[in-house]
Write a protein that binds this ligand. Structure first.
Ligand code: SAH
Length: 280
């Protein structure tokens, strides 16, 4: 696979590195150190080019699983990881957000364990944290929300479609629910939550492309979302649902300020119109 490959070279070590939500400066210092010493970086589709600058000496392999076009299967990715670990000393598997959250990490770890390859995880900032920061909210709030559930309604292969509402099992209106991979199912998810005791006026904040230049924060309620759904495109979205999101839901100015702060940090021009929308 590479000129560095040799029969006598011991297998390399694989670092599962959290890339954070998108912005290159939302990588941890440890991630930066590991990246800077990488021989090869296998990365997902949702990675900025800027992030890849942190690994100047590395070869890059895009193993992103895209919705359309040629997509790597999990088996392809596992195979690529094993090949890289046999050929390179320091292998970085860069995963969006935090590798331990909806990252199919276990499947890759199992493949490495089976081959006796050493690995280590470097945590990253998950989308829920980036979305909360973008919206200027805390996910927990004293006396209001003492738990945060990170959930996806998306079914994995082999899961029973009859259990398609099973994701909402045990969710509690006294907590905050953060939904991943739910953009296209936002209306259905809202109905499911209302069917499980969440009132129609429960606040919802949707953050699209958190920390990216086209970040967008939209405020709504479960009732509104159940009837209108969220406008979606190919950009990633998280939905934060719960009373903890109430205090600033009505404050467009507050979120506009957070949005402008991101733009200014990224050197983007200030938005001429607020990119914060209140649905309906
Ligand atoms: N490991 C990632 C999650 C991967 S699942 C993490 O910890 O964040 C992919 C889902 O994450 C997307 O469908 C979306 O719901 C969410 N997501 C990832 N990056 C995001 C971003 N920058 N803004 C909003 N949502 C994001």
């Amino acid at each position: 696979m590479s000129e560095r490959a040799s029969q006598s070279t011991p297998p390399g070590k694989v670092w599962f590195v959290g890339a954070g939500p998108g912005a290159a400066d939302l990588l941890t210092v440890r991630a930066l150190r590991v990246m800077s010493q990488a021989d090869v970086v296998l990365h997902d589709a949702l990675i900025t080019d800027e992030l890849l600058d942190w690994a100047p000496g590395a070869r890059f392999i895009d193993v992103g699983k895209r919705c359309e076009g040629r997509a790597s299967t999990q088996t392809d990715i596992n195979t690529a990881l094993l090949e890289c670990a046999a050929s390179y000393r320091q292998v970085v598997r860069l995963k969006g957000g935090d590798p331990t959250v909806f990252g199919r990490l276990d499947e890759e770890i199992d493949a490495l364990d089976a081959a006796g390859i050493e690995w280590e995880i470097v945590p990253g900032i998950t989308a829920a944290s980036a979305a909360a920061a973008a919206a200027g909210h805390s996910l927990t709030r004293r006396g209001v929300a003492r738990r945060v559930d990170i959930v996806t309604p998306r079914l994995g292969r082999g899961e029973d479609p009859a259990e398609s509402d099973g994701w909402a099992e045990g969710l509690n209106p006294q907590g905050t629910v953060v939904l991943y991979m739910a953009g296209r199912m936002s209306a259905q998810c809202s109905q499911t939550l209302m069917g499980r005791g969440f009132s129609a006026d429960t606040p919802v904040v949707a953050v699209r492309a958190a920390s990216w230049p086209d970040q967008r924060v939209e405020c709504s309620s479960l009732g509104q979302l159940a009837s209108t759904g969220l406008m979606t495109d190919e950009r990633p979205v998280v939905l934060m649902v719960g009373r903890a999101l109430a205090s600033r839901t009505a404050s467009r100015a507050e979120m506009h300020r957070a949005d402008q702060a991101v733009r200014s940090r990224l050197g983007q021009p200030a938005a001429s119109t607020a990119t914060v929308e209140v649905l309906a």
